[in-house]
Design a protein around this ligand. Structure first.
Ligand code: OOB
Length: 554
């Protein structure tokens, strides 16, 4: 399809790039559902999904997808309609995804942790027609959330609920008789993924069938997957890492089995690994650490594990070193982003590369530039800002023209916001980050988003959110606030944020009132100085004391 036909609000690849990616076979012209249908034809009897007591063969999985797609069509959901998908790790997640892919409607991947403010924004920004949710999970009632969102968003017509639907559509009631229909063109946008972001509102990432399927196929190949693979999905299934690096979609690509873990706790997951003979799983560093520290390891037979992938946040070298011995399997580091570029360490890499680098890109056509603050290339081996473009890295966020002008270079390179250095072998080492974000155990928090919620409080005059080191999560968030009288307590401010309906992981772990925020010479808040407070030798493990902060900042 030509760029001009693309979904409104999306930036196409320039035609000469698109032609090249097709000619090289990266973009195979096959849709995500179409590809699954090919696998079903070959592996129909094999188990595709294990979810609690339920086990679906590929043929059963496909039947559910085709029937659910028919039900969606009955509700009037058609090509290019947007549907917000907010489900915990349940088999229905993949049924809904592939059914939407089949009819050419676009899932918008929300996380179970999102609350009113985020979901209402996704619905409004994408003009979503429908949402798919679970009834309750972890003590939270998503139907209540939907009632609130629906009250403010007229575009949202249908709510589909896994479990007790109350006044909404029950997921199971949409299993209609399948109807044959042409699938979308593979050049179409398949879904909208969430960006970790660094701006006031979350950005959405439009990925096409062609580009995503290429990254999935190539990832499955790099990771050596075949139909014997049993993958444990312990991270939230909507995240790009467990979805496509190679994740569930990579496993479906080869006819393997996806085992969904409803919780990520070591004891629970170890039980599943033993029972299902899991061969592969992917973890963020904080979860890897929790699994390493757990005594439950000795109670379960984990001998089926071949590879543990770790990515999403900085992996400390000491932790990396413990993984192979503790689990009797390979470690693979993964450095990726929902915008595209994914790097893997490879099976045949020397041990030191696996332990101390974040891998090298999937594709020979992933272009990597490492530049200084003026966009000039740094000397080979030096640290700089990572820019990238390639066959599966987006050229622009969805409906974000002004932001795109900053987030991409004029020649289409994505500014990742990561600071990296490259070894002669092509392996990248992530040295830090320039973007204004907190990476809380792999969950990304855009500082500006939280700051603007804080500033909505009448007593908050100024606010700055920064990362503070944390032994378990890698980073936690600390908000420095300048308050007016009567000054609310940190606890009151946290409650205020919760009431504004934001995901719990975005609520600052610590709130420090200060008299004023330090500024740089050009008048910007000096976050480096704020962060440095936590690195000072006098700061104890729980962070600086109030007086220490007040002393240096006032
Ligand atoms: C993955 O995707 P996102 O979109 O949630 O976050 C991307 C950002 C990167 O730009 C980088 O800042 C950070 O997360 N990151 C890492 C890392 N992997 C991701 N930082 C240090 N070391 C790593 N290994 O997080 C994601 C997507 C696909 C595969 C894996 C991770």
């Amino acid at each position: 399809m030509s760029g001009a036909d693309l979904l409104e609000g999306c930036t196409p690849w320039p035609e000469e790039f698109a032609e090249r990616y097709r000619a090289l076979g990266y973009w195979a012209g096959v849709g995500l559902y179409q590809r699954l249908a090919q696998v079903v034809a070959e592996h129909g009897e094999r188990v595709a999904v294990v979810c609690g007591e339920r086990r679906w063969s590929y043929a059963q999985f496909d039947e559910k997808i085709r029937r659910f797609a028919a039900g969606l069509a009955r509700l009037g959901i058609g090509p290019r309609d947007r549907v917000v998908l907010q489900l915990p790790n349940l088999g229905e997640y993949y049924v809904a995804c592939y059914a939407l892919f089949r009819i050419g409607a676009l899932p918008v991947f929300a996380l179970p942790a999102h609350r009113r403010s985020e979901i209402a924004y996704f619905v409004e920004h994408t003009q979503a027609r429908a949402c798919v949710i679970a009834d309750r999970e972890a003590g939270f009632d998503y139907r209540e959330l939907m009632r609130e969102v629906r009250a403010s968003q007229d575009c949202l017509r249908e709510v589909i609920v896994v479990g007790d639907a109350q006044e909404f559509h029950a997921f199971d009631s949409l299993y209609d008789a399948p109807i044959d229909r042409p699938g979308p063109d593979a050049g179409e946008i398949a879904f909208l993924q969430l960006s970790g972001g660094s701006t006031g509102v979350p950005k959405l990432i439009p990925r096409s069938h062609d580009d995503y399927l290429y990254s999935v196929r190539a990832s499955a190949e790099i990771c050596g997957l075949d139909e014997r693979c049993v993958y444990l999905c312990a991270l939230p299934c909507a995240h790009n890492f467990p979805m496509s690096s190679p994740g569930a979609l990579g496993v479906f690509e080869v006819g393997g089995r996806v085992v969904l873990a409803r919780q990520a706790e070591p004891d629970f997951c170890f039980g599943l690994i033993a029972a299902e003979r899991v061969t592969l799983t992917s973890l963020v560093p904080s979860l890897a650490l929790a699994w390493l520290e757990s005594r439950a390891r000795e109670r379960h037979d984990l001998s089926s594990l071949q590879t543990i992938q770790i990515g999403g946040a900085h992996l400390a070298n000491e932790v990396a070193r413990r993984v192979p011995g503790a689990f009797g399997c390979r470690l693979q580091q993964v450095f990726g982003m929902a915008e595209g570029l994914v790097n893997y360490t490879r099976d045949d890499d020397a041990e030191e590369l696996v332990l101390a680098t974040q891998g090298r890109p999937i594709s020979a056509d992933d272009e990597i530039r490492i530049v200084d603050d003026d966009d000039c290339p740094v000397a080979e081996g030096e640290t700089g800002h990572l820019l990238t473009r390639g066959p599966y890295t987006i050229r622009g966020y969805y409906r974000a023209e002004a932001h795109n002008a900053r987030a991409f270079t004029v020649d289409g390179f994505y500014r990742t916001g990561d600071r990296v250095r490259r070894l002669a072998s092509g392996h990248l080492i992530v040295e830090g980050r320039a973007k204004d974000q907190v990476n809380r155990g792999g969950e990304k928090i855009a500082a500006e988003e939280v700051e603007s919620h804080l500033l909505a409080h009448p007593a908050v005059f100024d606010a700055a959110l920064v990362a503070m080191p944390d032994r378990w999560l890698g980073e936690k968030s600390c908000a420095f606030v300048v308050l007016r009288e009567p000054a609310p307590s940190p606890r009151e401010l946290q409650r205020f944020l919760r009431e504004r309906g934001i995901a719990a992981f975005k609520i600052p772990d610590r709130i420090e009132p200060v008299e004023r925020l330090p500024r740089t010479a050009v008048g910007k808040i000096d976050k480096k100085l704020l962060r440095a407070r936590f690195l000072a030798p006098s700061a104890d493990a729980s962070g600086p004391t109030h007086s220490l902060i007040a002393e240096t900042l006032s």
